[in-house]
Design a protein. Structure first.
Length: 216
């Protein structure tokens, strides 16, 4: 059972999220928080696996809350950030703070469910709409660093990295490269291992920070 905490300052939103998640046999919403500070406090003592957290909240914003959860909760739960298009400026900061995934509030419920399950497994999931909308902005703003480990990747693995960084799912990458999904999954795992990264989210951060994205 994936024990989940919902954090959003709007009660109707929390109600809708609970309705979606509690309908799943393997997910249990154990508590709710109405602001970032309350989310951090409840994450400390409720023993949750995943926190679904809005990026814009009173008292303590989402980015600061993600950071405090990572620093002060042991073991720290994974965080799935909720966002809307009008808060694009927070996305990259939340990635750096340690968010395990992003889901738009108006996305299909199935995507939120998948994100919670992925986070609970130590994986990451980013709503493709989020990545595609913000790719230009953050590719330009991200600091450029020497691409450590990039020389370890094969040409095919670099292709896979590029597609992952653009928010494509394994199925979409498989179609683009004309290979099977299992092959893509293997490539992603190898890229993660070679670069010393844990999740697809960290691959996106790596691509942003090293200026590897073609924004044309």
């Amino acid at each position: 059972m994936i024990r989940t905490l919902l954090a959003d300052d709007q009660e109707p939103v929390r109600w809708a999220l609970r309705l979606v998640l509690d309908a799943e046999e393997d997910i249990e919403v154990v508590d709710e928080a109405a602001d970032g500070a309350e989310a951090v406090e409840k994450a400390r003592w409720r023993g949750v696996d995943v926190v679904v957290l809005d990026l814009r909240m009173p008292r303590l914003d989402g980015i600061a809350a993600i950071r405090r959860i990572a620093e002060s909760v042991n073991p720290a739960p994974a965080v799935v950030a909720l966002t809307t298009f009008d808060v694009d400026e927070y996305l990259f900061g939340a990635l750096q703070a340690g968010a395990a995934g992003f889901v738009l509030k108006d996305s299909e419920p199935a995507l939120l469910i998948d994100a919670v399950r992925a986070a609970a497994k130590g994986q990451g999931l980013i709503d493709p709409q989020v990545t595609r909308r913000t790719i230009r902005r953050f590719a330009e703003l991200a600091p450029r660093r020497p691409p450590a480990g990039l020389d370890l990747l094969t040409p095919r693995e670099r292709e896979v990295l590029w597609h992952v960084a653009h928010g494509m799912s394994n199925a979409e990458i498989a179609a683009a490269l004309t290979v099977g999904e299992g092959t893509v999954k293997t490539h992603v795992a190898r890229v993660l291992a070679k670069l010393g990264l844990r999740t697809r989210v960290h691959l996106v951060i790596y691509a942003y920070e090293h200026g590897l994205l073609n924004t044309s």
